[in-house]
Design a protein around this ligand. Structure first.
Ligand SMILES: [Zn+2]
Length: 93
């Protein structure tokens, strides 16, 4: 162990809390057991980056789709939420 695995119990808790949706863009994520590159694959995301003082506690971790997780960069999570949801709503029109 000790390789920062997928933490299945934490994922299950978060999945129920978020209704299986990405914490940013709210799409329904797919649960992938391999290293999927699907943009809607479920991933664990640190809301406050460790560089910004974020820790590994449950309060700082949420499930995000791979697309959001990789695209966030250095934007803070609340701002990113707004951006992603705005884009999502516009795209749906
Ligand atoms: Zn997303």
């Amino acid at each position: 162990m000790g390789k920062g695995g997928p933490r299945p119990e934490l994922r299950a808790v978060l999945r129920e809390k978020q209704g299986g949706r990405c914490c940013y863009c709210l799409i329904k994520m797919r649960i992938c057991f391999s290293n999927s590159k699907r943009p809607d694959a479920e991933t664990l995301e640190h809301l406050d980056r460790r560089a910004d003082g974020g820790g590994n506690g449950r309060d700082n971790i949420a499930l995000a789709c791979l697309d959001c997780n990789t695209g966030r960069g250095s934007i803070d999570w609340l701002t990113y939420c707004t951006i992603k949801r705005g884009e999502h709503y516009e795209a749906g029109r």
